[in-house]
Design a protein around this ligand. Structure first.
Ligand code: SF4
Length: 345
């Protein structure tokens, strides 16, 4: 590990002042791994754990403001989140392990980097780690990699479960910098790799995430589901995950729908057209399959031979349709084989 200097910020303003020249650290559940592997080499670390951003508060609009430093576990089990945003609870509990969720912060969850194996292996090229060096994933093992929104430069996926639910719930990210306060719609926060795969988000240098705002979403409490499919039963990143939420009208037809995929792109993947297709339909398999097909339109496999991720295309389509069926039943969580079935409901 390279040498670095360390400062503890005592409030958001001092974090912002110090952040211009260093990297923020909160739970450290990703950054320390990156530093140990030599992937990240910050010269200066700003510890933001004492900045007072641990609370979860009601907004004037009736939503919630999640502190960036609130831990993932505290967020998932918070009574207001469990009662009003069970989709978010389900998604957070589908991620990582209890120990990691106790340490990982909400802001850090958004900013965690891809788990592409080549990115962590400094012995091989990687455009995200060293721009212009190449992408070995494209023609090798790519089971964990993208089928949507990838570029010739990078086919990495964003690893978060929490972010898939935040995308479906249309959260807003609040950031502070020396230029003041800025709000970023969740759909605009993470970016696709394009020809700058080294950049994961639309944050400007020195911007500090202070909060994540959830709009009121009472219409999605009863009928929501988070489905995660992974290589082993616990402590693994998603091959495919789905956050699904439906509002059913008095007659039982779909009044509103949200559908986001994880594990398939450089950011949580949504399609406005797929969601619009569901509105006015009866909540039945034919409508779900049609929406799932639209959601995965343009999907393209990567990797070669047994390393190909072609299997993820039908998997994503079926998972999306299945998550919608689970949402109708109010079966909030299912991770096949994990023992987490019905953990929230
Ligand atoms: Fe690097 Fe992206 Fe290629 Fe992985 S997929 S090796 S992160 S460039």
């Amino acid at each position: 590990m390279n040498e670095f200097t360390y400062t503890a910020a005592k409030d958001p303003a001092s974090a912002v002042r110090a952040g211009v020249q260093g990297s923020f650290i909160a739970g450290g559940t990703n950054l320390l791994d990156l530093m140990k592997e030599g992937v990240a080499r910050p010269a200066h670390l700003i510890d933001v754990n004492a900045t007072g951003l641990h609370t979860i508060d009601r907004t004037q609009a009736g939503g919630l403001l999640l502190g960036a430093l609130a831990r993932n576990a505290a967020t998932a089990y918070h009574p207001l989140i469990r009662d009003e945003y069970p989709l978010l609870t389900a998604a957070i509990l589908a991620g990582a392990s209890p120990q990691i969720r106790n340490m990982a912060s909400n802001g850090g969850n958004l900013l965690q980097r891809t788990r592409c194996y080549y990115f962590y292996d400094t012995g091989v090229p990687c455009n995200k780690r060293e721009p212009g060096s190449g992408c070995p994933a494209v023609s090798n093992l790519a089971r964990q990699h993208a089928i949507l929104g990838a570029s010739d430069q990078c086919i990495a996926t964003h690893p978060s479960d929490m972010c898939v639910a935040l995308a479906a719930l249309e959260a807003t990210v609040h950031v502070e910098s020396n230029s003041g306060h800025r709000r970023i719609a969740f759909a605009e926060f993470h970016r696709l790799p394009g020809d700058r795969p080294e950049i994961d988000t639309t944050l400007a240098p020195g911007e500090f995430v202070t909060h994540i705002e959830l709009p009121p979403a009472p219409q999605f409490v009863r009928h929501c589901a988070y489905l995660k499919i992974r290589e082993r039963a616990s402590y693994a990143f998603a091959l495919v995950s789905v956050a699904a939420a439906l509002q059913l009208d008095a007659a039982g037809r779909i009044g509103a729908a949200r559908l986001a995929l994880g594990g398939v792109a450089h950011k949580p993947w949504r399609s406005a057209r797929a969601e619009e297709l569901l509105v006015g339909e009866w909540p039945e398999p034919a409508a779900f399959e049609k929406a799932a097909a639209v959601l995965t339109e343009g999907a393209r496999p990567h990797g070669q031979g047994p390393g190909s991720n072609a299997f993820k295309i039908p998997m994503a389509r079926r998972a999306a349709a299945r998550a919608l069926e689970m949402a109708v039943r109010g079966q909030t969580t299912i991770i096949p084989g994990s023992g987490l079935e019905g953990v929230v409901a």
